[in-house]
Design a protein around this ligand. Structure first.
Ligand code: HEC
Ligand code: HEC
Length: 105
């Protein structure tokens, strides 16, 4: 491939996320993690016990990779719908309480 073509491709790669205004967060297929989609302290050191999920995981930046879900059978279209209608309150339905058990309220 010519140099110009590579530079052009690089530009497109940089511009697309700007144009769409988001950057998809992807931590790989969560099925491979210790407790599936449910969070554990080991896999969530940076966000453990925090309930303000969307500060670090803005809703439009998550659930946008359908790859992991393809392996697990999750319907990401449905997941996005649930999150859209219920917002931050929905997170614990699927990801568990993130360490915020009744004991530490
Ligand atoms: C302070 C920022 C922060 C907050 C608040 C936060 N997270 Fe995270 N989250 C992260 C980071 C950073 C990662 C990447 C793994 C790590 O370093 O902890 C992550 C990873 C994840 C993952 C992928 C875990 C895996 O198996 O790889 C999920 C799911 C997730 N967070 C959900 C949540 C939910 C649900 C909440 C709220 C209950 C939340 N996060 C709150 C920063 C945060
Ligand atoms: C209806 C179930 C469901 C709800 C509700 C839900 N999630 Fe998820 N979440 C999933 C599934 C399924 C995955 C993808 C697992 C995979 O890729 O293997 C995922 C993946 C993630 C990831 C990893 C990055 C990614 O996009 O793959 C983060 C971060 C995350 N969710 C945060 C949240 C936060 C924050 C909320 C609340 C606003 C939330 N989730 C609500 C099911 C849900």
């Amino acid at each position: 491939m010519s140099r110009q073509a590579l530079i052009l491709l690089g530009f497109i790669g940089i511009l697309v996320p700007f144009a769409y205004g988001y950057q998809c967060q992807d931590y790989g297929a969560l099925i491979g993690s210790p407790d599936g989609v449910r969070l554990t302290q080991e896999e969530h050191p940076s966000g453990w016990r925090r309930q303000d999920c969307i500060i670090c995981h803005p809703i439009r930046n998550i659930h946008c990779d359908d790859e992991g879900a393809f392996l697990t059978g999750w319907d990401m279209e449905w997941v996005r719908g649930v999150v859209e209608s219920r917002g931050e309150k929905s997170c614990s339905i699927c990801h568990g309480d993130n360490g915020a058990g009744p004991s530490i309220q």
